[in-house]
Design a protein around this ligand. Structure first.
Ligand code: NAG
Ligand code: NAG
Ligand code: NAG
Ligand code: NAG
Ligand code: NAG
Ligand code: NAG
Ligand code: NAG
Length: 523
């Protein structure tokens, strides 16, 4: 709201050297066009800054202002069309993009455009041709522009951005990760940042490319710079929390999301920040705050599917992280049906939530003496198996992840309810071990909370080993988890308990004090 007011006053003001503009990093974006209308050009650059921060509706608003001031403004139409693809979030609206291209075709003088502009127009036409997306044609068009105009940062950055469609590392089930694509992204980003070290798009995409446990620390300085130069962008504020969490800095991650939430912008992104905060609070010993987020959402779950899904994802996580197995019975919640989930991003999200839900319902049934019923647990296992088969063809890696969850649930059931002999307990441990292998085979550990509501298989395996008095082995598993999800409360507890049971008091004290000092005290 505040943002709109500022923008409004901006367009009325005559430009002065000292006007206070919201900061999206727009001043680091150069994109000369053949419009003669300087105000239109200004809106256009603003739109680009928004687009590079994934603020799609704000970007499209700016582009619309630009072409309403200059109806022949070809680049404004092209980039407005681009607001209809969201490569990192796997969202897309090809029909709307095509409408935008058709509108452009009616207005522009193609012959009068520069060669570079003509190539962009063709890139946009190729991408949305007849309302069907042609990503490879678009990628090839961008490569041609970038080859011919290597100083055009935007050509390089649009290429980096659309390649996320192939390399996007966060989402389970999207790990046919194309390493060539990733190498190209890194190469382009490094070249651009050398000459334009403050470009908001380059800093933002750099963060996404490196948003993995093994590489997150390389992104830290660029991420911090991004949140600084794009101070008015809620996404830029949120983005650094991805990197902080990879590095185990919960407190900093919390602050980043609080700042993002304060800026607001749109409801989807606000809830994304809230779900991060919910996970963070759960790992800072602030269960009451975390619970409050869930309770606040509860009243909205009948309003629409978006709220149901947002509640579902936090619900799964709540039970995984608190291990409060009464919660599911005190707050019954069923699998989500979503007929409007058609784009890939939504479908993946739906499967993530529902598979997580089956898992936590299963855990809860197993651990609750009043509610335990083996038939019901078997039913949840069967539903997970069916879900894994359902996505076998289209999302093979998601399918394997869900299979891993099936084995987690089998391990849990076998260990806590079915096994009586040592051999039977070993069978349970074996399920957990296979779950871990499956999970690692498709998801070199870069998935996971808070993007995904999952129980890290390795942590589960460690917990079962601990129960089985195999302390050294349990510690080994927990130490592994620390390398990709550092400072998770449950992992720290596992380590502290393991060392304590081995009478290695100093190390036990170290991990207990990590929990108390670093996590609880600092919160
Ligand atoms: C912009 O101005 C230049 C020089 O005055 C003129 O040649 C050109 O036709 C104008 N372009 C547009 C799109 O109006
Ligand atoms: C979290 O983990 C990192 C790396 O493992 C460590 O450096 C840091 O001190 C830990 N604690 C906090 C509160 O960040
Ligand atoms: C929930 O739905 C009701 C009725 O459809 C509507 O009036 C209300 O604004 C909605 N609330 C939210 C937060 O979307
Ligand atoms: C367990 O659940 C099944 C399926 O809901 C039900 O038919 C059965 O009676 C239950 N068994 C017990 C012991 O409650
Ligand atoms: C799993 O799929 C099989 C085969 O389609 C079906 O018969 C069975 O009812 C399904 N089970 C569950 C729990 O949905
Ligand atoms: C998919 O199903 C086929 C045939 O049942 C099986 O060979 C393959 O391993 C499955 N793939 C995944 C990813 O589950
Ligand atoms: C740890 O010390 C206790 C008390 O001295 C002892 O009973 C226990 O066996 C020791 N545990 C191990 C793993 O050495």
């Amino acid at each position: 709201m505040l943002f709109l007011t500022i923008l409004l006053s901006l367009s009325i003001q005559k430009s002065t050297c000292y006007e206070i503009e919201p900061m999206f990093g727009q001043k680091y974006i150069q994109f000369p066009t053949s419009t003669n209308n300087s105000l239109a050009q200004k809106h256009f650059i603003f739109g680009l800054a928004h687009l590079h921060s994934f603020e799609y509706s704000f970007a499209s608003e700016q582009f619309e202002k630009a072409y309403s001031l200059d109806s022949k403004f070809a680049m404004a139409y092209v980039f407005s069309a681009l607001t209809n693809i969201q490569p990192v979030w796997l969202g897309e609206n090809p029909k709307a993009g095509w409408e935008q291209i058709k509108q452009m075709n009616l207005h522009i003088d193609f012959e009068k455009l520069t060669q570079r502009e003509q190539l962009y127009v063709e890139a946009g036409r190729n991408l949305f041709k007849r309302g069907i997306l042609h990503y490879n044609d678009y990628i090839n068009s961008l490569k041609i522009i970038y080859d011919l105009f290597p100083m055009d940062n935007e050509a390089g950055l649009f290429l980096v951005c659309v390649l996320f469609r192939k390399t996007q590392p966060e989402i389970r089930g999207y790990l046919n990760r194309n390493s060539q694509g990733r190498q190209l992204q890194i190469k382009i980003l490094k070249i651009i940042l050398k000459t334009n070290p403050n470009h908001p798009g380059a800093l933002h995409y750099f963060t996404h490319v490196y948003d993995q446990p093994q590489t997150a620390s390389c992104a830290l300085s660029n991420t911090l710079k991004y949140s600084c130069i794009a101070q008015s962008s809620s996404h830029a504020q949120h983005m650094s929390s991805h990197i902080f969490l990879r590095l185990g800095f919960y407190r900093q991650a919390l602050i980043a999301n609080l700042e993002s939430d304060e800026i607001g912008m749109n409801i989807q992104r606000q809830y994304h920040s809230i779900e991060f905060m919910h996970y963070i609070y759960l790992n800072m010993g602030r269960r009451t705050y975390a619970l409050q987020f869930l309770e606040n959402l509860k009243s909205l779950i009948n309003n629409n599917t978006f709220y149901r899904m947002q509640y579902g994802i936090m619900y799964d996580r709540h039970i995984v992280e608190t291990q409060n197995y009464n919660f599911a019975f005190d707050n019954p919640f069923d699998l989500i049906i979503c007929s409007e989930c058609t784009v890939l991003g939504d479908l993946l999200w739906l499967y993530q939530i529902n598979s997580g839900l089956l898992l936590v319902k299963g855990f809860s049934t197993i651990k609750n003496d009043q509610q335990y019923n083996s038939t019901i647990v078997q039913y949840y296992i069967e539903q997970l198996v069916n879900m894994s088969i359902e996505v076998n063809k289209t999302e093979p890696t998601l399918s394997i992840s869900i299979l891993a969850m099936t084995l987690q649930l089998k391990a849990f059931h076998q260990y806590y309810r079915l096994a009586t002999t040592n051999d039977e307990k070993n069978l349970a441990l074996n399920y957990a071990r296979i779950a871990n292998e499956l999970e690692l085979s498709v998801n070199p550990p870069s998935y996971g909370p808070p993007i995904d509501p999952v129980k890290p298989s390795q942590e589960l395996y460690g917990e079962l080993l601990l129960e089985n008095k195999q302390y050294e082995k349990a510690i080994e598993e927990f130490l592994h988890v620390m390398t990709y999800f550092p400072n998770r409360t449950l992992t720290l507890i596992g380590l502290a308990r393991g060392y304590s049971l081995l009478n290695r008091t100093n190390l036990a004290r170290l991990y207990y004090s990590c929990l108390i000092n670093d996590v609880l005290y600092n919160s």
